[in-house]
Write a protein that binds this ligand. Structure first.
Ligand code: GLY
Length: 316
């Protein structure tokens, strides 16, 4: 149990958590801290599951999902399938703050809104992400000539090969997936933020749990906040983050609440073997995580931490 600000995040959130904790120490809101942490993760070119440098969909386009939820009001803002904007978490926040009668914008509408709000555009497909895309599709790539463009001959071949890859997708070696960040600020407010480029080679237009309330992201200040990483469709089918928060409401300890959600998700029939992971934080600063794979971890920083502390997630 802790008093004062705390911020937790999934694997690879360490790119953003220290700067966000510095903001919290200076009295910033949980919303500012979560946005700041996730923007830094979105800018991390070495991270291929979020923001610029994220791996593309089956047509070679980077499509991003992000959401943010505020615990005291349960206000929610999200974007799905956004192309050409490097900070989807900021657009999600703008949906929350400037379109309060909306929760989620997708595709062209989200891009129009981002343009209207003055967000900068950028090319999100890095050379490294493009190389990984070509390498993964190597068998069909050999039969296709020319640059990767939507009009390229063989585009259909690429897509067929990509969808085949998605169906056979296996958990990667090492940390991968969506980034979750949950912050509790000095005033006691809690915010959950999630940002992702989704599955590599996903079907164009596929939106995952990261953009949906109750699935990849849920926050209720009475009980806590939770977020998911990994196989988004599993989280969608069990309403994963909401399940974790409901378990906290029943008095389950954080790690147990997370693990019990994964036990439920494991009862679903699913041909796609990628794992699901989750983490949560309570309003009194207790935290926990669980994962389908052993060796998975999450990050924690409190106001008194001098570095990111890494905690093991409870395996399924
Ligand atoms: N959990 C992220 C996704 O499925 O896109």
């Amino acid at each position: 149990m802790t008093s004062g600000p705390i911020i937790i995040g999934s694997e690879r959130s360490e790119a953003g958590l220290p700067a966000a904790m510095e903001l919290l120490r200076q009295g910033a809101s949980a919303l500012d801290a979560v946005e700041a942490a996730l923007k830094l993760c979105e800018d991390n070119l070495d991270d291929h599951y979020v923001g610029t440098g994220g791996l593309p969909n089956a047509r070679g386009e980077v499509e991003l999902d992000a959401s943010v939820m505020v615990g005291s009001t349960r206000a929610f803002g999200a974007v799905g399938g956004v192309r050409g904007y490097p900070h989807p978490i900021s657009i999600a926040r703008a949906v929350l703050e400037k379109l309060p009668q909306h929760c989620l914008l997708v595709g062209e509408g989200a891009e129009l809104f981002a343009q209207e709000q003055g967000f900068d555009r950028a090319d999100l497909l890095t050379d490294e992400a493009k190389r990984l895309f070509y390498e993964s599709l190597a068998p069909s790539h050999e039969s296709v000539e020319g640059e990767l463009t939507l009009a390229a001959p063989g585009d259909a071949l690429y897509r067929a090969a990509a969808i085949d890859l998605v169906q056979r997708f296996r958990p990667h070696e090492g940390p991968w997936g969506t980034i979750n960040v949950i912050a509790l600020d000095a005033s006691g407010e809690m915010v959950v933020g999630v940002s992702t480029s989704g599955y590599p080679w996903k079907y164009p237009g596929r939106v995952g749990d990261s953009a949906l309330p109750g699935t990849g992201n849920y926050c209720d200040l009475r009980y806590g906040g939770a977020a998911c990483t990994g196989r988004g469709e599993m989280s969608m089918r069990v309403t994963g983050a909401r399940m974790v928060v409901d378990a906290l409401a029943r008095g389950e300890e954080p790690a147990q609440a997370c693990r019990n959600m994964l036990v439920e998700a494991a009862t679903l029939r699913d041909a796609f073997s990628a794992e699901l992971r989750t983490l949560c934080l309570t309003p009194d600063g207790r935290h926990g995580g669980a994962a389908g794979q052993s060796g998975s971890t999450y990050n924690v920083l409190t106001a008194s931490s001098d570095k990111v502390e890494v905690f093991a997630r409870t395996p399924l």
